[in-house]
Ligand binder design. Structure first.
Ligand code: ADE
Length: 269
């Protein structure tokens, strides 16, 4: 069935851009089931308090575990969207044998494991992703610990080695990377296979379109192979450019290339 996405945040308006473009369209088409929640709906006091000072002292504020616990208990128990009706799954004997849904709690934090294309591929296979957006200095660490020890799959994830003011922008990044891997969300599934960070682990080769000559940059002079019509040579040339570009821009990726996916031409380039 469709992937259910829940985002819990104190800034629900920040996530409204999800209603636009790819994600909003997929939601409208029933491929995704998106819910944005205001954390303050689960506060217990008149001031709708979500944070408190750190135990042990220090700068900033920490988000309260009791408020997060109330919110996440509810959201992790929410009904999941049914797969489109079909005679096969409507069969009572088959309903009884359905596996438990895979509900995942994602906590964006600069102290998390790195979110990569591999992470996106893994999370795209879940039934529900719940994103808990922390602000200030983060969420009381017992929240992640509690859900992990209660059998929930918990991932504390960073989108990169820089610090944002909160998890909201990181969640937009993760949802876009994950949603486009779901069947039917991306227009052209072929563009998933060829792109950077998949396949051999190389960056993409440079791409060009008409006009062939533009502002003194003439592909007939600089990229004659691309105009040759010889597709074997074009593939080899592009692959060489991908290897060269990866070596210059991402030496870290170069060092970790999968040798099984490299050919003799790659090693020569
Ligand atoms: N929250 C603040 N900085 C972050 C980062 N780099 N990744 C994920 N969540 C964050």
């Amino acid at each position: 069935g469709p992937l259910r996405l829940d985002v819990v945040t104190i800034f629900p308006d920040y996530l409204r851009v999800l209603d636009l473009s790819l994600i909003g369209r997929a939601h409208a088409d029933g491929l995704l089931d998106l819910h944005v929640h205001d954390l303050r709906d689960w506060t217990h006091d008149r001031h709708r308090t979500v944070d408190d000072t750190p135990i042990g002292g220090g700068a900033g504020m920490v988000m309260k575990p009791d408020v997060w616990g109330s919110a996440l208990d509810d959201v992790l128990a929410a009904p999941l969207p049914a797969a489109p009706a079909s005679a096969e799954v409507a069969e009572p004997t088959k309903v009884a044998s359905l596996p438990a849904p895979r509900r995942v709690l994602v906590i964006p934090t600069p102290s998390g494991e790195l979110f990569t294309q591999r992470t996106a591929e893994n999370l795209a296979g879940a039934d529900q992703l719940v994103f808990a957006c922390g602000r200030y200095e983060g969420i009381d660490a017992r929240v992640a610990e509690h859900y992990a020890s209660s059998g929930v799959e918990v991932h504390e994830l960073s989108i990169g080695d820089y610090v944002l003011n909160g998890g909201e922008a990181a969640v937009l990044v993760m949802i876009e990377a994950i949603a486009r891997l779901r069947p039917g969300v991306l227009g052209n599934p072929e563009s998933i296979v060829e792109e950077s960070h998949t396949g051999a682990g190389l960056l993409e080769y440079p791409v060009y379109t008409r006009p062939v000559a533009w502002r003194g940059l003439d592909l007939a002079a600089t990229e004659p192979v691309l105009l040759s019509g010889d597709h074997a040579r074009i593939d080899r040339h592009r692959r060489d450019q991908a290897v060269a570009r990866t070596a210059v821009r991402r030496p870290d990726l170069m060092a970790r290339l999968d040798p099984a996916r490299l050919d003799a031409g790659d090693r020569a380039a």
